[in-house]
Design a protein around this ligand. Sequence first.
Ligand SMILES: *[C@@H]1O[C@H](CO)[C@@H](O)[C@H](O)[C@H]1NC(C)=O
Ligand SMILES: *[C@@H]1O[C@H](CO)[C@@H](O)[C@H](O)[C@H]1NC(C)=O
Ligand SMILES: *[C@@H]1O[C@H](CO)[C@@H](O)[C@H](O)[C@H]1NC(C)=O
Length: 323
Amino acid sequence: MKSTFLIVLLLASAYGQKLPLGPLTEDFQNWLISNGYEADAFDRSDVGPSGSFGGRLKSNERIHNQPVIFVHGTGDAALHVQAPTATGWSRSIQYFMEQNYTNAELYATTWGDTWGAGNVLDSYTTIHTCSFVLNIRRFLQAVIDYTGADKIDVIAHSIGVPLARKAIKGGTLIATDGNCTIGPPLGKKVDTFLGITGPNYGLCTCQLAQTVPAFCNALDGLYPGYTCEDQLLCGYTSSKCEQNNYSVFLEQLNNNKEREAEHIYAMWSDVDEVLLFKGMTWGKPTSRIPGMNGRWISDRNGHIAMKDLTELRQYEAVVHHSI
Ligand SMILES: *[C@@H]1O[C@H](CO)[C@@H](O)[C@H](O)[C@H]1NC(C)=O
Ligand SMILES: *[C@@H]1O[C@H](CO)[C@@H](O)[C@H](O)[C@H]1NC(C)=O
Ligand SMILES: *[C@@H]1O[C@H](CO)[C@@H](O)[C@H](O)[C@H]1NC(C)=O
């Protein structure tokens, strides 16, 4: 309780300074319209100025740094909408700008429609994995084409991690909202992928609730499987075991050998109040990413603070490839 209060205070004081302001710049919005992305509505004007971020301020602006694309988790948005959960990527973007990154080198859009208080129920009753993954994929592609960058960096949080991993790996997807083709692998265009508190091997809290909430389902949700060799309780295993029968989406994603990036990193926390069980699924950190080059584990940050209070590590990961 005390630490939550402290975080709120910290965030409040940070936001008193210069908050990055969305939405996408006019230059990027015009480019999107003339390049077939109008219907994607990446500016997300329905969310307000916090619905998106990024783009050149002037059309002749040069781009020096590898563009960074930020992918939020469920119930969140591109930038700060409301504390304590929908804080977006405002702090990270502010920090990168303090390190001389420009508007044209930092990108975020809001995927899904579940960030607002009025829509929270929706995240329990429906899941749209194909449409979410396609939306993220098209945004990555748009930023790559618009910036002309050789390589981009991707930083994702929570459920945004498996969704962004799939968007990059490409291929096909069988989902509850239909089947879709994502496209060829994009990993060669990605220098660094950083996954923060991603439920890559499922969520143990979904073990006993396979369909409610919807995001727990075994096809394209976060279902962790019902048994692991002779073990029955996902959250309380002491030894590692071979995880079976977990979400088809996650299993195929983890078995797919395409890399998300040249440099892959993960971060998670022992005290994550959303992942629970020290972030373990069947005795293994669910936020691990197969083939990752490094990881950092916090002993104090909650699920949202892992995104909001790690901006320096995010910067180090994408710029200096260390975590
Ligand atoms: C950002 O630019 C300022 C002014 O040119 C410079 O002093 C500073 O070292 C730069 N910081 C980084 C991280 O490049
Ligand atoms: C998606 O593919 C699966 C497996 O091929 C098939 O059973 C299912 O009917 C397809 N769903 C749709 C909506 O086409
Ligand atoms: C569960 O996984 C095991 C081992 O991979 C497999 O033999 C079995 O058919 C699976 N059961 C279901 C219901 O998918």
